[in-house]
Design a protein around this ligand. Sequence first.
Ligand SMILES: CCCCCCCC/C=C\CCCCCCCC(=O)SCCNC(=O)CCNC(=O)[C@H](O)C(C)(C)COP(=O)(O)OP(=O)(O)OC[C@H]1O[C@@H](n2cnc3c(N)ncnc32)[C@H](O)[C@@H]1OP(=O)(O)O
Ligand SMILES: NC(=O)C1=CN([C@@H]2O[C@H](COP(=O)(O)OP(=O)(O)OC[C@H]3O[C@@H](n4cnc5c(N)ncnc54)[C@H](OP(=O)(O)O)[C@@H]3O)[C@@H](O)[C@H]2O)C=CC1
Length: 541
Amino acid sequence: MGRSSSLSLCVCVCVCEERRSSLTLIMTSISEWYAGKNVLITGATGFMGKVLMEKLLRSCPDVNALYILVRPKAGQSMSERVQDMMKCKLFDRVREDNPDFHQKIIPISSELTQPGLAISPEDVQTLTSCINIVFHCAATIRFDEPLKHALQLNVIATQQLLSLAQQMQHLQAFIHISTAYANCNRRHIDEVIYPLPVEPKKLIDSLEWMDDSIIRDITPHLIGDRPNTYTYTKALAECVVQQESGKLNIGIIRPSIVGASWQEPFPGWIDNFNGPSGVFIAAGKGILRTMRASNDAVADLIPVDVVINLTLAAGWYTAVHRPKTALVYNCTTGGINPFHWGEIEHHVMSTFKRNPLEQAFRRPNANITSSYLIYQYWILVSHKFPALIYDLFLRLSGQKPQMMRIFNRLHKAIGLLEYFSSQDWEWNSDNMNMLMSQLSADDRKTFNFDVRQLNWPEYIENYCIGTKKYVLNEDMSDIPAARQHLRKLRNIRYTFNTVLLVFIWRVFIARSQMARNIWYFVVSLCYKFLSYFRASSTLTQ
Ligand SMILES: CCCCCCCC/C=C\CCCCCCCC(=O)SCCNC(=O)CCNC(=O)[C@H](O)C(C)(C)COP(=O)(O)OP(=O)(O)OC[C@H]1O[C@@H](n2cnc3c(N)ncnc32)[C@H](O)[C@@H]1OP(=O)(O)O
Ligand SMILES: NC(=O)C1=CN([C@@H]2O[C@H](COP(=O)(O)OP(=O)(O)OC[C@H]3O[C@@H](n4cnc5c(N)ncnc54)[C@H](OP(=O)(O)O)[C@@H]3O)[C@@H](O)[C@H]2O)C=CC1
């Protein structure tokens, strides 16, 4: 055999080897791919970060280690926080499978708003030498965050994390969690990164020297037709990810309104008051009686386990297929399996009537309306008036009034949410469908993000019960007592209405002949109606 032919055979063997190994890589299941990998997670102490860790530990048990960036908070050190977190009920299934699961979690002290993310040089060394995949979940999700702080965390920290990622020698994918509402100033949202009128770097430079009061004044001009600093800075973060990605393999996940879990690790897991959860709880407690929302608008809720399954699958796909440009995944339900705010209201109310929350303020009975005038009327009659009476009662019984303060906070919160509950958006979800088609049958089951199978009434019921069990820590065995409390509230209401009627009678009706005549006329009309219906129902029997 000549030299050239042996060389071409060698090249051929090499190419075949390479093809085979890339084919094996493509054929590996998601959990096989995560085996032996070192994963870096930001925002691990948050709602989605915790579910992400849980799923990785449970469904990819051979993952090597989860490095999580954590800061000390509320008087707790970093390690105390992590220890507390691992005791959380969310990890029960993982604990059952592997009681030593905590050994795989390696906390790294970091404050994302500080230069260099405040990571020590030794930790930077560790991370740059071992991390294979990054999931960037940390963010401030408050709608009322001052622009400078939202920019610091949502944009500058993302920029710094990307520059750390550039130094990672074995990094295969960088997954950034954005929001489907980053471009909520558009009605139709494609899976692309939309340009912004302002260059993120220039904005960062200019805000650095500006006084807080000047920033406050120019914020409305900067955010333009977006409703808050959150959506604006999340859009800026996407641009930064695109601009600073360099040679990294990037995936961007855009979930809509993330709600309680659908199936995993158990139905209804939720641990915060954000978005709809706070509204559901306030309605279940009988505090919230009205909210501005459109009955017919699509409620684009997405269960947290669906988002996390898609995120892990996107991590695998990004690392294995290395798309040339960042792939954006709109992770929404509206276009695939739509459900509306009116239907949500119905199912939330029905669930809380059957499974009442403890110590409710009033019987749960909330109505949504898109009319500003009707909303203002109910705010006055069903929120402010009862709050005033209750505070008066508290004052008279020597206690501190508190109800009006609670209602003022509630009004602020629902005021910030109504932008999202009063209109519809249309998201393209081609990349989510493409990703689903790339999964093996087993992976499609283990990392299920097919929301066509979601049964909304059942999901909303589990969601409400989840808020009761996991957010409010109420016991299901106390439901009879909660029902008894609701009966007591009903009796108070009947008594109150009767007293009010007698009062109105004494003050207005009993004093004027004309009012008495009108009153007798109305009563006799009601009596005739009743007799007519009774007679006609007897005839039809
Ligand atoms: C019958 C029902 C019918 C339903 C009808 C429609 C429902 C529509 C619902 C929703 C639609 C759309 C949702 C958004 C879509 C976007 C999605 C995303 O991309 S991101 C995620 C979204 N982010 C947020 O949800 C952050 C929103 N929250 C905030 O911005 C702040 O929390 C704010 C301004 C609302 C309140 O700020 P403060 O400073 O007054 O209060 P603070 O510090 O946050 O909380 C104080 C206490 O109150 C509780 N709390 C917070 N929010 C609550 C709430 N909504 N209800 C009750 N308690 C709440 C907290 O747990 C905290 O408790 P302690 O003091 O620690 O014991
Ligand atoms: N929840 C939702 O409905 C949606 C969320 N998203 C996106 O998903 C991601 C996760 O959201 P979610 O889990 O709900 O948010 P959470 O508020 O529950 O979690 C935020 C996380 O970020 C961390 N963090 C915040 N500030 C800092 C800081 N200065 N230094 C270090 N860590 C910090 C928090 O840590 P700590 O515990 O120390 O405060 C926490 O772990 C976000 O990027 C959000 O934009 C997108 C769409 C909807």
